[in-house]
Design a protein. Structure first.
Ligand SMILES: [Mg+2]
Length: 119
């Protein structure tokens, strides 16, 4: 099967590095905030999945999610929220905003790899 392109949205460069190592088998595209992520989706029509941080400047993860879920083209795009916002109401808000799954930081790389391959 063709490797799927994954969009990584996180305001931490360190997290980008981590995903780069962890997700070696996937082609990755990066964004530092929700606004950049919207641009990346425009530039790369073949993005199949999004890993999304919540706390970011300019446009946060929940705002980004609300945007793409109201835009017809990305209604079904799998989005995994990966955030330190680990309280239940945050999980709930993320899922209500249209996230496909929610993983709390710190996480085990196997959890993420498993979720990605499921989706
Ligand atoms: Mg952050």
């Amino acid at each position: 099967m063709q490797p799927r392109k994954v969009l990584v949205v996180d305001d931490s460069k360190l997290m980008h590095k981590m995903y780069e190592v962890m997700l070696r088998q996937y082609p990755l595209v990066y964004a530092m905030d929700g606004r950049q992520a919207l641009d990346r989706l425009q530039e790369h029509a073949d993005i199949d999945l999004v890993l999304l941080d919540i706390n970011m400047p300019n446009m946060n993860g929940l705002e980004f999610l609300a945007q793409i879920r109201t835009n017809g083209a990305h209604q079904d795009l799998p989005v995994i929220i990966i955030s330190t916002e680990g309280r239940d109401e945050d999980t709930q808000r993320g899922l209500e905003a249209g996230a496909t799954a929610y993983i709390k930081k710190p996480f085990h790389s196997e959890d993420i790899l498993e979720k990605i391959s499921q989706l």
